[in-house]
Design a protein around this ligand. Structure first.
Ligand code: B12
Ligand code: SF4
Length: 432
């Protein structure tokens, strides 16, 4: 059986850990010969992908909302060349919208986690929409980094940023339910009893980190977990094990302010955590409550204080355009940034991706997600602000904190400046 896994194109890139997990799980559990190939639209042209996948038995596409359209274009091209290929789509976009997608080139959808569902597909299950089961980490083999050509992304990071970095997964299921976020689409809404956080054994996690660091010569790593600190105990156990093993590689993670405590920071520092990334979202207590962020302004301030005391770098993300947000709320956000003094600051406009509570299937079904994200969001407005007013606020804040902007905010500003000068040039040449 030949299986090809494809991640369509997006302008920035990270390794596809999800497809790597599917590959290793199927290789371990499929009874019979299995050849697995992988393509990634950032590195491979459409021609290379189609040539490489055309003789496959099954092709699996992994799509977020912005990459879905390119995935469909490739699927159609493949079906035209070889109608016998069985095409499966999985990932966030189809997990949220499978029931509403009417596309002849797609034979099957997987909603949720893909490992056991994909194995069922290889074994002949042909239900149009298959719901993935939650798998325990202990039963999962490590992600197949060979198949996803992890070396390419690591080499690229070294070339672009001077660090050999890749990512690991420590937990599945986020213990929060923020209204603007699509996180729950794949692993489900957190529930202490029916859908608890699934954390990996720290010893197994560090075995993987050590083995991958050695094989790929890493000097930095991070986690794909949207919330790494699912409990202070887990973080401390990880740090202690890392220190005990004398693993000195520097790393970073996403921290949720409500879970973190002061003691955690002592261990993070000792375990060479270089940077924490915190989704603060707003400096207004009212907005934090309304988006169900699960934390408070005071707690966010404490976390930044503890991290600063321990010499850990701090990255803070904020969101504009929450329902009910007023000028006074945004001013509170601005003041919070001044108080917490993050080294890196990012501010985006709310983008209700499919899968988030704020996504509205009627008014948003025609949005071109491949051109729309929280950085280039031309549609979102609220009762208090038009889309251009939100963009003005975003510009005001990015100008004000321009010395500490996140990579993504910087790129967006550069792209907008390029577009402005291109359109100015075209206006000038038109008027000649
Ligand atoms: C790390 C990460 C990134 C990284 C790398 C993403 C990548 N793979 O290229 C970076 C920083 C580059 C990134 C960028 C973006 N991201 Co991002 N990202 C994540 C994050 C935090 C983890 C992804 C991950 O690796 N998870 C772990 C693996 C194991 O899970 P998984 O990928 O979901 O895969 C499982 C299932 O989805 C399923 N599955 C996946 N693919 C397939 C395919 C088949 C055939 C099958 C059967 C099953 C299947 O099985 C897998 C194993 O169980 C998620 C949130 C999250 N916690 O998942 C957001 C998330 C995926 N990102 C999101 C978004 C919006 C973006 C950006 C648009 C942001 C931006 N403006 O730049 C871009 C788009 C990038 C892209 N290539 O599409 C949204 C997607 C929402 C949506 N409706 O699409 C998420 C859910 C964040 C959120 N909370 O809203 N992202
Ligand atoms: S925003 Fe972060 S904390 Fe909130 S649900 Fe999404 S991943 Fe979890």
């Amino acid at each position: 059986m030949k299986l090809t896994l494809i991640e369509p194109k997006y302008f920035n890139i990270w390794e596809s850990i999800g497809l790597a997990y599917i590959s290793s799980y199927c290789k371990k559990n499929y009874e019979g010969p299995l050849e697995v190939e992988y393509f990634q639209g950032y590195f491979d042209s459409d021609k290379e992908i189609i040539e490489g996948a055309r003789d496959s038995d099954v092709v699996g596409f992994s799509c977020t909302s912005p990459t879905f359209k390119h995935g469909v274009q490739l699927a159609r091209a493949l079906k035209e060349i070889n109608p016998n290929i069985h095409i499966v789509f999985g990932g966030f976009h189809v997990s949220a919208l499978a029931e509403t997608i009417d596309e002849e080139a797609i034979d099957q959808f997987v909603a949720g986690e893909g490992e056991s569902a994909f194995l069922q597909i290889l074994n002949g299950n042909r239900e149009r929409i298959l719901c993935g089961d939650a798998v325990e980490f202990d039963s999962l083999p490590w992600p197949d980094r060979e198949v996803i050509k992890n070396r390419r992304t690591i080499d690229l990071c070294e070339k672009m940023a001077g660090v050999r970095i890749t990512s690991f997964q420590a937990n599945r299921v986020c213990p929060f339910r923020c209204r603007f976020c699509a996180e729950k689409t794949v692993t489900g809404t957190f529930n202490r009893k029916t859908n608890p956080v699934r954390s990996r054994d720290v010893s197994d996690l560090l075995d993987e980190i050590e083995a991958v660091s050695k094989e790929y010569d890493l000097n930095y790593f991070k986690f794909v977990d949207a919330t790494f600190d699912t409990s202070p105990e887990y973080v401390i156990a990880f740090c202690k094990e890392k220190i005990r093993r004398k693993v000195t590689t520097r790393w970073e993670c996403m921290i949720h302010a409500s879970i973190a405590n002061r003691e955690m920071f002592k261990w993070l520092k000792e375990a060479q955590c270089n940077q924490i990334n915190v989704g603060c979202e707003s400096g207004s207590p009212k907005i934090l409550r309304e988006i169900q962020k699960g934390t408070t302004v005071e707690k966010i301030e404490s976390v930044f204080k503890w991290a600063r005391e321990h010499g850990i770098e701090r990255r803070a993300f904020f969101l504009l355009g929450m329902p009910g947000e007023t000028k006074e709320d945004i001013e509170m956000t601005e003041q919070l940034v001044e108080r917490i003094e993050p080294e890196v600051f990012g501010v985006t406009i709310l983008c209700p991706y499919p899968g988030s509570d704020l996504y509205d299937s009627e008014s948003m079904q025609d949005i071109e997600w491949e051109q729309t994200d929280e950085y280039s969001n031309d549609f979102w407005s609220t009762d208090h602000f038009t889309n251009s007013e939100l963009k003005e606020w975003q510009k005001y804040l990015t100008d004000k904190f321009k010395d500490r902007l996140s990579w993504h905010n910087r790129i967006t500003i550069e792209q907008n400046a390029d577009m402005d000068s291109a359109s100015k040039a075209s206006t000038e040449s038109n008027s000649e």
